[in-house]
Design a binder for this molecule. Sequence first.
Ligand code: C2E
Ligand code: CA
Ligand code: CA
Length: 527
Amino acid sequence: MFFYWDCVQASWQVFGECIPKMNSKAANPLKALLDNRLILPEDRNIFQTYLTRIENGVQEGMPEDSLEVQCHVKSKEGYQWYKINCHFKKDKQGRILEAAGILELMSAIEIMQKSQLARLTMDRNPQVFATAIREQFAKYPQDKFAFIQFDVEKFKMINELYGEEFGTEVLGNILNTLKGICNKEQLFARLSADLFLVVTRYEEEKELIEFIHYLEENLNHYKDVTYSFAFGVYLVTDKTMETRHMGDSASLARKSIKGNALQNIAFFQESLKSTLYSRKFIEDNMKAALENGEFVMYLQPKYSISENCIIGAEALVRWIHPEMGMIAPMNFIPVLEENGFIVKLDEYIWEQACRTIKTWMDENRTPVPISVNVSRVHLMKEQILHTLKTLLEKYQIPKELLELEITETVHNINIDGAIHSLKEEGYTLLMDDFGSGASSLNTLKNTPFDVIKIDREFLNHFIESERGQKIIAHTIHMTKDIGLDLIAEGVETKEQAVFLQDCGCNMAQGYFYAKPMPLEEFDKFIS
Ligand code: C2E
Ligand code: CA
Ligand code: CA
């Protein structure tokens, strides 16, 4: 809608399409917007001030030849962002003689830029962002677009180490820097806390990666602190798809490398989708599964190679889903570790193990120790000692019968403390997965562990070559030499068992002896 204000005659005129319900015949049609309550209450003041400035003509300290205001005006779709742009004709003294202006709906990009300035997070106005993207798609129908979603790795830690105020500054700095880096047509937004999105056009993937590196270099530090990002990229293939789904795909790519020190950019691939469904499936179903007893403890026997008899068992969880059947732990444990639910599941399995030992004792059978897996997530919690103690007391079983398997990766102060406390309390500790990438010889120095569990992959891989065999043999000798016990896992053949025994490792667990099995089967097996 166009308007014209004759300052001398004090008369208004409007042309073009008006806002519905706007009284274009009113003496002052803009003022009629106010009178008819078509301006959002919060915006009424700035709108009124704007009108007064036009009507009063010359204002001191107003050298501009034009004036703009943005406010919410009620239209068919409810309140929408409008802008009024007005140009003046002035006399020699600078008094306004005439004003001509335009009142129009703001484009999504303009609103975006406005909200970026106001540092709004997108969760408050996602539809604006979506519309801005659509506008870009329409403007460049032939061009390729990419969604780049990224978040600060270990942002929580920044908050913990430097305080939340500093964390907020970091995020503000990221947003400000993005404002400087991105051009007018590269849309960016803060999606939530430390999660950001940039939508950009590109020609080649190479150029996109360079752009991401450029973003990274500029964003990864604030004051003296540096941090890293995980970037997930979705290359738009079908522009008619909902933009929300495009964002989801970028998000999925990002999550696939979160916490990965070696890779910080990932492109979306269709195959990631199955992870998405199973993640959602797991998170939607885990609570009910625990309540319904769908998580079941399986036991895998541990053998003495020389005596060929069972000397213990490892408790391994299985998810027996009524429709999906058996789900292997590697398909759900990583998700539960990420969302913390593993703590509940572990405790549930520990209780099953304790109950089993108790039953064996009550039935006057010689109980064998059961080892349970302890997730690293658990070791960061204070409650672990208390939980174990309560369980042992409840079932009245001696500490020696419940052993703890822990995967020792790099030293971590938070976890080391918990492991030492467990040791002081007298628990038998098994270092799980020894020889896998995560553990190192270094972890053996001053270790509180009692038993080293040789990793299945390590065993199978090294045993193939003469050189590898020597490494296994020496590892076993060294471990025994410093007074630690050994058990090999994943023993699949008689040759492997014999080799291990020759090297001095007399305990083994693996398919050669028995697979993990339900309790009833184990009970039959042992007798
Ligand atoms: P892990 O603790 O290293 O457990 C040994 C895994 O090797 C088990 O896989 C077992 O079934 C498998 N295995 C044993 N012998 C052989 C063999 O001869 N050949 C082959 N190919 N595999 C063998 P599973 O049960 O699928 O468990 C995988 C991992 O999931 C476990 O690795 C453990 O890290 C985790 N896990 C299982 N149950 C629990 C639990 O209750 N709590 C926690 N936190 N983690 C668990
Ligand atoms: Ca284990
Ligand atoms: Ca293991």
